[in-house]
Structures are given as structure tokens and as C-alpha cells.
Write a protein that binds this ligand. Structure first.
Ligand code: ADP
Length: 520
């Protein structure tokens, strides 16, 4: 990543420094070269013109030289004839004179655009004409007078003067041409220098512009190269990330497949649960119906059982009282056992009836303000005959009047169950203590015994109906049906209270009843 950041920084720095030159700048060197070429061609054209002028001057000078030479030759051949009379001199003399005239014409042609030179040529032509006439005249003189007269004529001042005039005129023409020649040469040199200067400066300018463009193009190329490196790095990173993403996608696909499977399994489980729930609903309904039927059955049966049992009790008492004749001691004992069994059975049936009523929701509570301690003492006095060999005590004498909101009969029933259990499940010499306490809103009654206690795992189930820790093991052998605590808790809850138990095996048990306190 660091590599990528560095490369990106370099590329950014380069990009800031490098700007692509404007496109028109690329044409500048070409333009310079074009201007140079035009200038060069112009200078070359001018130089050629100057060169032609120089050549022309050379040609004029040479032609005038040859003219003078031909005229001199014609004169010397002519003189040879005059002196010797040898006619072989004559023809070369005439040819040279013709040549001189031709040269003169040629020079005229060459200097056609130079009025001054034309004028000088006119003068020259005049002098040459005079000279040629003199030569002709001396020929005639020789033929007529003699050679000596002819030579004398040639050597006169006038004869020499004509030739000097010719030479002077030739010199004037040549001087003019030499002046022009010098001018042309100067011009040619300065033009060449100018062309050279233009060429050098133009080349330097073109080279400078080219150098500038190439520098900028190089800088841009460098920038593009670093950007290309950054792009390559990014490309590589993207490739790696794509690889990671592909792997993640594969994992996600696997997870999705697993999820689909789990989903299908959950779906199946859900369907099973719905089926089980429906079955459970049906079962619960059946159970409720069965329970209802059972409660109905128990209520009916208890009622049907209580009637004959009460009759048994009544008749037994009548027999015991001797209304139907005297009763022997043995018969008396038998009657007492019958009464005991009858009361036990009646108790069981009453429990069954009460529980059936509770389950059927047919119990009605008449809530009033009830004196807790008075109720406890009533129950204690009811139970005292059975508890002669237990040490029963309570704090009811000290705690004064504590009133609860309860159904007096139901409260009595709860205390009866709790205290009779404490007596039932303790041994001779054990103690049973009832304690009432109260705070602002609740009243608590604890029934504590030092009896055999209840194993911890059974502590909660003893409130379920028909549960007995050890069936029929109360000290007097007259155990209940396992309904007393179930009924008591239901009654407590029915009066907005609660019933709880604490116990330790062989140490004893404490049953705690809480109820709402009546307002003071
Ligand atoms: P039962 O008619 O059997 O007494 P209960 O519902 O009153 O039915 O009590 C259920 C069981 O709880 C009893 O069988 C007994 O084993 C246990 N139990 C109740 N009270 C005490 C107690 N004070 N000490 C020990 N065990 C008790």
C-alpha cells in the first residue's frame, strides 16, 4: 500500500509540474524553417541577380579588352602591309577590324540597359570608325603615292591620337564596369553575410524552440510513465482484491448453502413444532376435559361418600352413648377406632372435595379484615388434644392485634394444615412455633417445627397435589392424601398471598405464609 501511495505522490507531483505544450507550439520550428527557407530563397535570388551583374561586368570588360586587342591587331597587320607591301597582312587586318566591330556590337548588346555606357560606346564607335577610315585611306595612299607617304600619314599625331582616343574611351567603359563590378561584389558579400546571419539565427531559434518543446514533452512523458506505474500498481491491487472477493464470494455461497440447509431443517422443525403444538393443544384440551371430569367426579363422589360417613359417625356416637343398649368395654374401644377411622376418612374426603372445588374454580372468597393471632390461637386450641406431647408455642400473646385481608375460614384452613403438618411430621418432644410479624403492607406468619424436615429436591414438589415425601409416615400413622399443602398454597394465592417452605432434613421445617395487611 505504501508503494502505491509513494507512486501516486510522485505522479501527482510530476503532473503538477508538467503541462503539455500548446499544440500550435509544435508548428513553430516548422514555421521558422519555412521563413528561413523563404528568406534564404529571396537572398539567393538577389545574390544570383548580383552575381549575374558581376558576370555581366566581367564579360563587358573582357569583351572591350578583346575589341581593343582586335583593333590593335588590325592596326599592326595594316602597318605590316604598309611597310612590307606583303598582301598576306591585309586579310588578317580586315578580319581583325571586322571582329572589332562585332565585339563592339556585342558590347552594345551587353550594355543595352546602361544609357551612360551606350553613350560611351557611341563615342568609341565614332573613334573606331575614324580609325578604320584612316586605315582605308592609308591603303589608298600607299597604292597611289607610295608606302613612305602612307607610313608617314599613319605616324602623324592625328593618326596616333585616334588610337589614344579609342584606348581612352575603352578605359572609361572599363572603369565604369569595374566600378559596377566592385559594387556588385560588395553587395554580394553583404548579402551572403546576411543570408548566413539569417541562417544561423533562424537555426538557433528553431533549435531553442525545439529544445523547449522536447523538454516539455519529456516532462509530460515522465508524468505519463509515473501515472502508468500507479495504474499498474492499482491494477495489481485490484486484482488481489478481486481474488479476495472471489474467495469471500465462494465462502458466502457455502454459508448460503448451509443457511439454506439450516433453513430447510428449521422449516421442518417448525412444522414438527406446529404439529406437536397442535397435538399438545388437543392433548391439553383433552386433559382439561379429563381434569374437569375428574374434579366433577371427585366432587360428586366426595359428596356421596360424606353422607354415609356422617351417618356412620352419628350412629357410632349413638352406640357409644348406649342409646341402643349398654356397650361393653371392648365394644367401646372398637367404636372409638371406628370413629377415628371415620374422621380420618372424612378428612380425606373433605380435602378431596376442597381440592376439586379449587381446581374447578368454584371456590369463593369472602375477604374481610381478620385478626391473624386470634385465628392462630383458635387453630392451636383445636389441635391441642393431638399435640399433647409436642412443645407448642406462639408469639400471638405478645404481637397484639394484626389484621389481614382474608377469608376467615380459608385462613383457618391454611393454619390448620400447616400446624397439623408440623405436629404430624415431628416426633414426641419436638417443638412447634408460630410467629406473626408485619410490616406496613404485608403480614407474615411462620410455622416452624424441629421435626424430620424435607429433602431439598422435594421442597417445591410438596406443593403439588398428591405428593408425599414418604407416604403414610406421620407419627400417628394417619397420613393425608398429599393435598393439604396444594390446597393451602392455592387458598393463599386466591387471597393475594403466598406460601413458601424452607427445610433441612432432620433439622426441621419452616412454612411461611404472607398476606396483605388490612389498613390500620
Ligand atoms: P399430607 O396429607 O400427606 O400431609 P400435605 O400436602 O399436607 O399432605 O403434605 C405433603 C407432604 O409434605 C407430606 O406428606 C409430608 O411428607 C411433607 N410435609 C408437610 N409438612 C411437613 C412438615 N412440617 N415436616 C415434614 N414434612 C412435611
Amino acid at each position: 500500500m505504501r508503494e502505491l501511495t509513494d507512486a501516486a505522490d510522485t505522479a501527482a507531483t510530476n503532473a503538477r509540474g508538467a503541462r503539455l505544450p500548446p499544440p500550435w507550439l509544435a508548428y513553430v520550428p516548422a514555421l521558422i524553417v519555412l521563413v528561413l527557407a523563404v528568406l534564404f530563397l529571396m537572398l539567393r535570388a538577389r545574390s544570383e541577380t548580383t552575381g549575374r551583374a558581376v558576370n555581366h561586368s566581367h564579360e563587358v570588360i573582357a569583351e572591350v579588352d578583346r575589341l581593343l586587342l582586335a583593333l590593335t591587331f588590325a592596326e599592326s597587320r595594316h602597318r605590316g602591309y604598309l611597310l612590307t607591301g606583303d598582301s598576306s597582312y591585309l586579310q588578317p587586318s580586315r578580319d581583325a577590324a571586322d571582329e572589332a566591330m562585332q565585339r563592339l556590337d556585342r558590347v552594345r548588346d551587353l550594355t543595352a540597359g546602361q544609357p551612360d555606357q551606350q553613350e560611351r560606346l557611341d563615342q568609341l564607335a565614332l573613334a573606331i570608325g575614324v580609325k578604320l577610315r584612316q586605315l582605308e585611306e592609308t591603303l589608298i595612299l600607299r597604292d597611289s603615292v607610295g608606302a613612305e607617304a602612307a607610313v608617314l600619314e599613319v605616324n602623324t599625331d592625328e593618326g596616333r591620337g585616334i588610337m589614344q582616343r579609342v584606348r581612352a574611351q575603352v578605359a572609361t567603359i572599363q572603369e565604369e564596369e569595374e566600378r559596377l563590378l566592385a559594387l556588385g561584389q560588395d553587395l554580394s558579400t553583404s548579402e551572403q553575410q546576411r543570408a548566413l546571419l539569417v541562417l544561423v539565427l533562424g537555426s538557433l531559434l528553431a533549435a531553442a524552440v525545439s529544445y523547449m518543446i522536447s523538454r516539455q514533452v519529456n516532462a509530460v512523458a515522465e508524468t505519463q510513465a509515473s501515472q502508468a506505474r500507479v495504474l499498474q500498481l492499482q491494477n495489481r491491487r485490484l486484482g488481489e482484491q478481486a481474488e479476495v472477493l472471489r474467495a469471500q464470494k465462494a465462502r458466502l455461497e457455502e454459508a448460503a448453502a448451509e443457511l439454506e440447509e439450516s433453513n430447510a431443517a428449521l422449516h421442518r422443525t417448525n412444522e414438527d413444532l406446529i404439529r406437536v403444538s397442535v397435538e399438545a393443544d388437543v392433548a391439553r384440551q383433552l386433559a382439561e376435559e379429563a381434569n374437569q371430569a375428574k374434579s366433577q367426579f371427585l366432587a360428586t363422589m366426595s359428596h356421596e361418600l360424606r353422607t354415609p360417613l356422617n351417618a356412620i359417625g352419628g350412629y357410632t356416637e349413638l352406640l357409644e352413648l348406649g342409646i341402643h343398649g349398654p356397650v361393653t368395654e371392648e365394644q367401646g374401644h372398637a367404636l372409638q377406632r371406628i370413629q377415628l377411622a371415620q374422621r380420618h376418612l372424612l378428612g380425606l374426603i373433605n380435602d378431596l372435595l376442597n381440592y376439586a372445588k379449587l381446581e374447578a374454580g368454584r371456590v369463593e372468597y369472602r375477604i374481610t379484615e381478620v385478626d391473624v393471632c386470634a385465628t392462630v390461637e383458635e387453630v392451636l386450641s383445636l389441635l391441642s388434644p393431638q399435640a399433647t406431647d409436642r412443645r407448642i408455642s406462639s408469639n400471638c400473646g405478645e404481637c397484639g392485634e394484626i389484621r389481614v385481608l382474608a377469608d376467615r375460614e380459608r385462613l383457618q384452613q391454611i393454619f390448620f394444615n400447616l400446624i397439623s403438618n408440623a405436629v404430624k411430621y415431628s416426633d414426641r418432644g419436638d417443638s412447634v412455633r408460630v410467629e406473626c410479624t408485619a410490616d406496613e403492607s404485608r403480614v407474615t406468619v411462620r410455622v416452624t417445627d424441629t421435626g424430620r424436615g424435607i429433602p431439598p429436591e422435594k421442597l417445591e414438589s410438596i406443593f403439588d397435589p398428591f405428593v408425599q415425601v414418604t407416604p403414610n409416615l406421620s407419627t400417628d400413622g394417619a397420613g393425608g392424601a398429599g393435598l393439604g399443602l396444594a390446597i393451602s398454597r392455592e387458598l393463599a394465592r386466591g387471597m393475594s398471598g403466598e406460601l413458601m417452605a424452607e427445610s433441612e432434613v432432620d433439622e426441621g421445617s419452616t412454612f411461611t405464609l404472607t398476606l396483605p395487611r388490612a389498613a390500620a
